[in-house]
Design a binder for this molecule. Sequence first.
Ligand code: PLP
Length: 399
Amino acid sequence: MPEISKKGKHLPESPIRKLVSFADAAKVKGIHVHHLNIGQPDIHAPIEAMNVVTNSSLQLLPYGSSEGSLNYRKALTNYYLAHDISIRPEEIIVTTGASEALAFTLNSICDADDEIIIPEPFYANYNGFATASGVKVIPVESNIENGFALPPVSAFEAAITPKTKGIMICNPGNPTGYLYSKEELNQLKAIVLKHDLFLIADEVYREFTYDGAEHYSILGIEGLEEHAIVVDSFSKRYSMCGARIGCLVSKNRHFMATAMKFAQARLSPPTYAQIASEAALKTPQSYFDTVNTEYVERRNVLVDGLNSIDGVFCPKPKGAFYAVAAFPVESAEHFAEWLLSEFDHNGKTLMMAPAAGFYAKPELGRQQARLAYVLNVEDLKECIEIVRHALQVYPGTIK
Ligand SMILES: Cc1ncc(COP(=O)(O)O)c(C=O)c1O
């Protein structure tokens, strides 16, 4: 049989979807599975975006320009301006989700065996995109004890080698929900300027910040113009995951010209979805206020509920819609599997994402799992009771 590639073989399995077969088997047995494993919000997309799709009289769906429609990019500059970020249309390339923006970024700044430093735990697909591009991820460890704050500067300094091309962060973080402060971003600024590295920020959860905490974009940090690359997306912001629209934003002209060649190779981003996304930009602030109020309530129910269970610890995140919790078990993966295959509480169980898959170092995060609070409050309350009862009877619970 012909051989498949080594990088294909080494591509890590998704920690989010890993347990799907167990969930499917539970459903066949008639058990209801609450899905806390995946960041698919149940919130409705803005009516403005849906209407434009429903009412469209388009007869033809042509290729668009590789960098994305000018109208849409102009509209995006106004969106960024509303976030105090001054961007020109030519500093934006529209992509097929943040996923494609990530792939373009790594391919534009790295050659095979180059290194990108990322605080771990991190969005697991960073590993996938890096592996596909032949790039090595160098993790620096953040800790659940301080809610996954930025690791110390010394840890980044120790990780830098002649092959390091950049530092990548996710802000607010998936899976941690951690929101970096201005001071933390300035620490990163000092490191990337000192070592002349790129700073890549995945800011797809920019709007999801809670308790009055503010999100700072690296695009707003003076002095980083040649270093900052932002990966952005409409998937979560407008609950439009299926539109597959994101973008790449940078003031570095050489980087943008290079990324543009990758954009040209894939012809163009989705035509229809750009129209919907442009309409979504008209969404009033009240939409986000309502959505964020809902997420704060969900977060509080989930995090406070988890912390009320003996032996469970879950820091309260200030952003995104994920939380990482530590459970009193040896292996959160085994516990997650057991929840699906051996346990139910009143005919219901839950699926969570074992956090080990979000760490690059195999020894880390084994007791942790990520829970996405993308379900309504009543369902989340049920999930807490399921975990509480499960830990009382799970054979691996550390008492
Ligand atoms: C941190 C982060 N970056 C990027 C993505 C990919 O987003 P998109 O749907 O825009 O490709 C996700 C999706 O969950 C994510 O959580």
